[in-house]
Design a protein around this ligand. Structure first.
Ligand code: GLC
Ligand code: MG
Length: 249
């Protein structure tokens, strides 16, 4: 097994991706120590959609992909089956779908964004908070364990309890036996909170959404850095601050 000396796990849209010059500047720095860093992309996108983004935006090839908000892990195009098997426990996809059908405000996302461990909708109404509470209550009543993740005031993901970006990351840290204190996570939205929580260090890019900014404000921890710059510029700033990249290049 390759031993990496540190771990970088990053969200894609609006974090690593958003300003092409910044993405390329970070790529250059990472390439200089590519074999030392275990690079993981963690995205809400499906694997095919994430690969398309990689080609469009010239992203480095990572060591692992965490896709579908942590519902799938891929290594070199291959689904990580132990993770999939773990998620399948206590997950009643069809019954959960039946419950969601009683909520007319939940608009299913395209088929390409659904997978065996992820059921995704759009929910855009001023009453979203109440609807989410009712959904949670219905699922609990019917004893259907599920995790409800609402991001960007638009995207609603229902996932097995063990599936989120942060737990997928924890699974990989255990599998690869990487020192937790040598890990840093970067993100911009609600579904990145799990990543930051599991990680010793974290960077919130300056363009982060209110849901992540308000979480950050409650943390009061110097393990997390709110960057003064957006997108991958903010990542570089945080990586330098915590000593993962040489500063002031
Ligand atoms: C990405 C996915 C979508 C998901 C959202 C939030 O946009 O394509 O399915 O709901 O991330 O996690
Ligand atoms: Mg994002």
């Amino acid at each position: 097994m390759v031993t990496h000396s540190w771990l970088l796990i990053t969200d894609l849209d609006h974090t690593l991706v958003g300003d092409d010059a910044a993405t390329q500047a970070l790529n250059q720095q990472l390439l200089q120590q590519r074999s030392q860093v275990c690079l993981i992309y963690a995205t809400g996108r499906s694997y095919p959609s994430a690969k398309t983004l990689q080609a469009d935006r010239q992203l480095l090839e990572p060591d692992y992909w965490i896709t579908g908000v942590g519902s799938e892990i891929y290594e070199q195009g291959k689904l990580e089956e132990p993770w999939a098997n773990q998620l399948s426990q206590q997950w009643h996809r069809e019954k959960i779908i039946q419950v969601t059908q009683t909520f007319p405000d939940l608009i299913p996302q395209p088929t390409a964004e659904q997978n065996p461990w992820k059921i995704s909708f759009y929910l855009q109404t001023p009453h979203a908070a109440t609807i989410l509470q009712e959904l949670e209550a219905q699922l609990a009543l019917q004893k259907l364990p599920a995790q409800i993740i609402y991001s960007s005031n638009r995207d609603l993901d229902l996932l097995p309890l063990q599936a989120h970006k942060g737990l997928a990351m924890a699974y990989l840290i255990d599998k690869l036996q990487i020192d937790r204190d040598r890990g840093i996570a970067c993100g911009d939205s609600g579904n990145d909170i799990g990543l930051l929580m599991q990680s010793t260090y974290g960077v919130v890019v300056n363009n982060a959404l209110p849901e992540l900014l308000s979480w950050y404000q409650t943390q009061n921890s110097d393990r997390y850095h709110l960057a003064s710059q957006p997108y991958a510029w903010g990542m570089i700033e945080g990586l330098e601050k915590f000593g993962f990249l040489p500063s002031g290049l």
